[in-house]
Design a protein around this ligand. Structure first.
Ligand code: HSE
Length: 308
């Protein structure tokens, strides 16, 4: 083991980002999980969770420690004895890639201790942590949290990840006070989709990739649509239609569901306070739900803050 202590941050992400179900991911600048991993001879694997959000304390059940252990296994590191402090910056089950942030964080922290720089190895270990929680090894959130910017999985079998640098735009995020389990939100999706829906989605997806490359915010908004998952999931989020309409009326360029929900996000050039307040008020008046809301921007991915 090269180092004894690593501190990292790992960000929230928006999976799917419109038409890219299980492929697209947008990394957000905030919120982030903060993880400190230490070599601790006296311990087996002790976990402490700080902050207002909870996480399991058993190393085989906690997504951060699980991904860290999987990374160590892949590196054939047989050392035992660690302690991990996790400050959860985001609420689990909110649609902002909370489990991916922790998984990537755990794997990045262990990689820092071991002096490992192979991002593919980190990605695979992080996806195993994601699978532990969601029951599915999808790479959209973990890729965006690890690489930052806008990412897509261009080949699901070989996990070829492409990263693009998005333009700077505002992302207004609404977190309704309900929880949706990713497994449940995946369970309601149809096993097959119609050819017209598939054609429309791939057209939007192609448009989205081009818009990111061209850094064209209006075109990003035009392509922020989905027929594969969002239409089925809207029913899980009371007040979704009203929130969408009020955000657009308040000046948002486009609105969609964050990952498997219930997060709803809007993109905007300006007027973010007005859009945020309109979204909060819309979910309150249409569905009787309270919601947190915040404004952020595309971010740059997990970071090693210190290693020694
Ligand atoms: N692509 C995943 C989904 C993201 O929409 O189910 C949630 O983790």
């Amino acid at each position: 083991m090269r180092f004894r202590e690593a501190e990292i941050t790992s960000p929230a992400t928006i999976a799917n980002f419109g038409p890219g179900f299980d492929s697209f991911g947008l990394c957000l600048a905030s919120p982030v999980d903060r993880i400190t991993l230490k070599k601790d001879e006296g311990a087996d694997f002790i976990i402490r969770v700080e902050g207002e959000h909870d996480a399991p304390l058993a190393p085989e059940e906690n997504t951060a420690s699980y991904a860290a252990l999987k990374l160590a296994e892949r590196c054939e590191c047989e050392e035992k004895g660690f302690s991990m402090v996790i400050h959860k910056g985001m609420k689990p089950g909110s649609g902002l890639g909370s489990s991916a942030a922790s998984s990537v964080g755990g794997a990045v922290a262990m990689a820092a201790l071991l002096g490992v720089r192979d991002k593919r190895m980190i990605l695979e270990a992080a996806a195993m942590g994601e699978e532990l929680i969601s029951g599915s090894r999808h790479f959209d959130n973990v890729a965006a949290a690890l690489y930052g910017g806008f990412t897509f999985v261009s080949d699901q079998a070989s996990r070829r990840i492409v990263r693009l640098e998005p333009p700077s735009f505002n992302v207004v995020v609404l977190l309704p006070e309900i929880e949706i389990r990713t497994g449940d939100a995946r369970g309601i999706l149809p096993a097959n989709v119609s050819l017209p829906d598939a054609v429309q989605n791939l057209s939007w997806a192609a448009g989205m990739v081009h818009s990111m490359m061209a850094k064209d915010i209006d075109a990003i908004a035009l392509n922020l649509n989905d027929r594969l998952a969002a239409p089925y999931r809207q029913g899980l989020i009371p007040g979704y239609a009203a929130v969408r309409e009020s955000a657009l009326n308040a000046g948002a360029l486009a609105v969609s569901i964050g990952g498997s929900g219930p997060a709803i996000f809007a993109i905007a050039r300006e007027g973010t306070d007005r859009i945020r307040d309109a979204m909060v008020e819309a979910i309150r008046s249409s569905a009787g739900l309270e919601a947190e809301a915040f404004v952020t921007k595309p971010g740059t991915g997990a970071k090693v803050v210190s290693v020694r």
